[in-house]
Design a protein. Structure first.
Length: 135
């Protein structure tokens, strides 16, 4: 899933000095864990409705990183963007949509704007505005 790899790419030197290093690092962790989850061999997945050990491990990683994204006070536009992308990701259910959210792909959502619900359109508008502020 190449689109997901893009969201996890945070240069370590930048991440350590970035005012929102915790948010960037947590986002990279969420993306990597979901990528690992999506690529998990069927043999490691639960078939009884309960989390298999590998699933439980990944959910713990995701939940810990999500807590950081949720509770951190962003200090930069990028930090706020990641928090919005994370909120959007949580509201989506289709794999191509979640992949695009984790890749922070505004163009994907703008191209499908007529298919999006109101909440998603507003979040994409906010992200578009924030990106315009950075330019």
């Amino acid at each position: 899933i190449p689109a997901i790899a893009a969201c996890a790419a945070v240069p370590s030197a930048l991440a350590n000095e970035h005012p929102d290093a915790a948010i960037l690092s947590a986002w990279a962790t969420v993306c990597a864990a979901y990528r690992e989850f999506n690529e998990m061999p069927v043999a490691l997945q639960s078939d009884n409705g309960l989390d298999a050990p590998e699933e439980a491990r990944l959910w713990a990683i995701i939940e810990g990183a999500e807590h950081v994204i949720e509770t951190a006070k962003a200090r930069t536009i990028e930090g706020v963007e990641i928090q919005i992308w994370h909120a959007l990701d949580g509201a989506l259910s289709l794999q191509p949509d979640t992949d695009a959210a984790r890749a922070r792909n505004v163009a994907y959502f703008n191209a499908r704007r007529d298919e999006l619900n109101y909440q998603t359109r507003v979040l994409i508008s906010a992200l578009t505005s924030l990106q315009a502020m950075e330019a």
